[in-house]
Write a protein that binds this ligand. Structure first.
Ligand code: AMO
Length: 434
């Protein structure tokens, strides 16, 4: 729209045209105000009923909430107005009228269920606290990209339609691809390794991953955003250093650029940067510490995966971001390399927030023979993965990497109860549209 002034830029003394949503109408009798909202804030439009054109007053005060209007007039200083300025209109156009009955109240005065909110995301996102989450999400993704670039990484994008799964067969979404069975990719795992093995060496990807998880929990999605790293000549410790740096960079960018959003979310006072370096516990230490909390009905034994309550108990005990290293080989995927000295142990690691797992990673098996026998041990047919294994015959450097759950990063950073708060249009068991 030509000559449109954002409400935040309206300066006293100017003739301006503002356009946006009708936030509220306050009728005080002889004088009334229309509060107009746009992406930058709100502005007060003043109607002095006896002194103004009747049609203009009727148009301005008769319009339903959330309708789109454009208003032209002189901007004046008014200390009593919410932003210190107001507009006395000379013309007003109703561009798109909103139905008077709204499925949810964008002013937030009336609470709505999460399902109503997600069904009406456009209205939901008119609330400042919801908009703040997605503003922060954009800042996080941008900071993550910059931080990877500083770590000499090249951004890649890899196929989401694939012939085979990599992260466990039961979590695959099958699709039909020209009459043949294909799947939605669970992770860019194999592709990022194939590129780390080229001259590119260090790569990252931010993209969707698809998991046909049966369980509907506050921290699982069926389509999530994975922040992936893979680096040639890296071991698990190097990959952990990168995971730590990326996480800190995200927090630092939010602290630096999102003061208003944090204020809106009520987090300004408590928002803290993670520690410089996160404690690194071995898996064995982790299960000992969980058992020592006495929070679990049954003691964990070596080889068990960590149950959610175990993660929670350990998180409370540690109290900061931390890593769990040296997982048993048998509970890590085929592409994770075993420890050089003990093949019961793997180089796999998880990075945890006190509330939940954020990252999985590890050094990869780059030795062709070991890789192929790993497939067989996990009941996978190496022939199906030949496009991948073949490249390990032509000079594959040692390499390591990780996958960081983007929504979990936001969920834990902003203390959200439900991961769906961090996704515009979440996909879960109940939700395939919008
Ligand atoms: P993993 O399967 O552990 O590892 O996934 C990595 C991280 O992605 C996030 N995540 C999810 N977030 C929300 N809903 C889900 N259903 C979901 N599934 C995963 C988590 C998790 O820690 N290829 C390996 C990574 C690697 O080794 O590089 C992988 O995908 O935060």
């Amino acid at each position: 729209m030509q000559d449109r002034t954002y409400t935040a830029d309206a300066e006293p003394g100017e003739d301006a045209t503002v356009a946006g949503w009708v936030h509220e109408i306050r009728d005080l009798g002889g004088i009334a105000f229309l509060i107009l909202r746009d992406s930058t804030g709100k502005i007060q439009i003043k109607f002095e009923k006896d002194e103004m054109d009747e049609e203009l007053v009727e148009a301005g005060l008769g319009v339903s909430r959330e309708s789109i209007v454009s208003v032209s007039g002189v901007v004046e200083e008014e200390p009593r107005a919410p932003t210190g300025v107001e507009i006395t209109p000379t013309s007003l156009e109703v561009i798109a009228e909103a139905e008077p009955e709204l499925p949810l109240d964008p002013s937030g005065k009336v609470d709505a269920e999460i399902s109503t909110r997600l069904d009406n995301r456009t209205l939901d996102l008119r609330k400042p606290e919801v908009q703040a989450i997605f503003e922060i999400r954009a800042v996080v993704l941008s900071a993550v990209r910059d931080a990877f670039r500083e770590h000499r990484c090249t951004e890649i994008t890899t196929p989401k339609i694939v012939a085979t799964g990599t992260e466990g067969g039961t979590e695959l979404f099958p699709i039909t691809y020209f009459g043949e069975e294909a799947f939605m990719n669970q992770s860019p795992q194999l592709f990022k390794q194939l590129i780390a093995g080229s001259n590119v060496e260090r790569v990252f990807e931010i993209g969707p991953i698809f998991r046909a998880e049966e369980h509907n929990t506050p921290r699982h999605l069926n389509e999530a955003t994975s922040i992936d790293f893979e680096g040639a000549f890296c071991d698990a410790h190097d990959a952990m250093d990168v995971a730590e740096a990326i996480t800190r960079a995200a927090y630092e960018a939010v602290a630096e650029n999102c003061a208003d959003e944090l204020e809106t979310l009520g987090l300004a006072a408590e928002f803290a940067l993670p520690e410089e370096s996160f404690p690194r516990l071995t898996y064995e230490e982790a299960i000992e510490r969980i058992n020592a909390t006495g929070e679990l009905d049954e003691q964990l034994v070596w080889g068990d995966d960590l149950p959610t309550e175990g993660e929670k108990a350990l998180g409370e005990d540690v109290g900061t971001h931390y890593f769990i290293t040296e997982w048993p080989s048998e509970i890590k995927p085929f592409y994770i390399m075993d420890d050089a000295d003990d093949d019961q142990l793997s180089t796999g690691f998880d990075m945890m927030h006190p509330r939940m797992e954020l990252v999985s990673g590890g050094q990869r098996e780059h030795r062709y023979d070991h890789l192929v026998s790993g497939f067989e041990q996990q009941g996978l047919d190496p022939v199906e993965f030949e496009y991948y294994t073949k490249m390990f015959k032509y000079g594959m450097p040692p390499h390591a990497g990780f996958g960081l759950g983007g929504e979990r990063l936001l969920m834990t950073m902003l203390d959200l109860d439900n991961i769906r708060e961090a996704v515009l249009f979440p996909r879960d068991r109940q939700r395939l549209s919008p």
